[in-house]
Ligand binder design. Structure first.
Ligand code: 1HN
Length: 351
């Protein structure tokens, strides 16, 4: 071998160095990472205990008004994605606080939002001129580009989980937003949209007002809870999910908003579920009861003991299973409808 001949490594390094200023990079160095054999999410599973988060929310309540903050929210950031304002690569989650008498001014944006009420009764959110009064366990949507503001006539703090598709719109660089002028006028009676669309009936001459999103923007907990309890008695329950229902857009049968699916499930007392994994990472809010969440990915195993108002995230393709001695109810959301629209959603139910 000629000692003067540069090695393949030297040749390649010189090539990389010389072409770097021209914004060129070799695929063969990154191909495996770009096209993994199976999903390799940078996200980690994480658990936010409500008892630990709540004091910070109350301190935020003393530190800034809802008006000044516009939205007084503590973002639930994935521990592996700090600084990116997201809980998974595609989803944003935060806990929002509103205090008695406060107003959060109206605005609209192309990002879709969901609210899941965690604590307190008597705050409201207005969507396109109709107020929905919040109760714990209610699920409320804010469709893309719908005007929305929040207020509270409650006598104590009200806290809800916000879920938005912010990272998806950021990915497409397709976000728009507009500020309103203070509060929206009340154009409809509270409950009008539910009366129109929420009883397995629909208006004869009315098109759904929010395009691809549900014309119902409040899904009250008493209805979801009743359904889950009725189905719990209709044994056997699913060995992986317990009793799990998805929320629907009554006009289409699809998800309430095009970018996010939402679910509520009940694990009956004594439930010891089988493991599963799915390509849609999901964010959970514990509504009632307690449970144990086992999450594993590769050599990493985590166990979360969860209770009411706790939040946790199970990233893409992490294996999870549920146990609950006393029974519990879980709300969750994910990017499943987007993956289904792209034909890439995958789920494995393991034994
Ligand atoms: C937003 O509009 C709300 O309306 C909550 O309550 C959280 C996070 C980022 C961007 C807009 C709300 C938000 C948000």
């Amino acid at each position: 071998m000629n000692a003067e001949m540069p090695s393949a490594t030297d040749v390649r390094r010189a090539l990389y160095d010389d072409m770097a200023p021209h914004h060129l990079t070799p695929l063969w160095e990154v191909l495996h990472a770009l096209v993994p054999r199976q999903p390799a999410s940078p996200c980690v599973a994480a658990h936010w205990k409500y008892g630990e988060v709540r004091p910070f929310l109350m301190r935020a309540g003393a530190a800034i008004t809802a008006e000044e903050a516009v939205r007084r929210v503590l973002i639930l950031e994935n521990p592996a994605l700090r600084g990116q304002s997201c809980i998974t690569q595609s989803l944003y989650a935060g806990l929002q606080l509103i205090l008695p008498g406060e107003r959060a001014p109206s605005h609209r944006h192309t990002q879709s939002a969901l609210r899941f009420i965690v604590e307190g009764t008597g705050a409201w959110t207005a969507v396109d001129g109709e107020r929905a009064v919040m109760h714990p366990g209610d699920f409320i949507i804010t469709p893309s580009w719908a005007w929305h503001d929040h207020g509270s006539e409650a006598d104590g703090p009200v806290v809800w989980l916000d879920g938005l598709d912010i990272p998806m719109l950021r990915f497409f660089d397709a976000g728009f937003a507009e500020n309103g002028s203070g509060a929206q006028p009340q154009a409809h009676a509270p409950g009008a949209s539910f009366a129109r669309w929420g009883h397995n009936m629909a208006p004869v001459r009315h098109q759904p007002p929010f395009g691809l999103s549900s014309p119902i923007f409040s899904y009250p907990y008493d209805r979801s809870r009743e359904a889950l309890h009725a189905l719990e008695r209709d044994e056997p329950v699913d060995a992986w999910d317990g009793v799990k229902l998805r929320y629907v857009n009554p006009a289409t049968g699809g998800s309430p908003m095009p970018t996010m699916a939402t679910f509520m499930q009940r694990l009956p007392p004594g439930f010891d579920g089988r493991p599963f994994r799915q390509t849609d990472g999901a964010v959970y809010s514990v509504v009632e009861g307690t449970g144990t969440v086992h999450v594993s990915q590769g050599d990493t195993q985590q166990v979360f003991e969860v209770g009411p108002r706790d939040h946790f995230v199970i990233p893409t393709w992490h294996t999870a299973r549920w146990q609950s001695a006393d029974g519990c109810v879980l709300f969750s959301f994910s990017d499943r409808p987007v993956q289904q629209a792209l034909g890439i959603h995958k789920e494995e139910r393991l034994s």
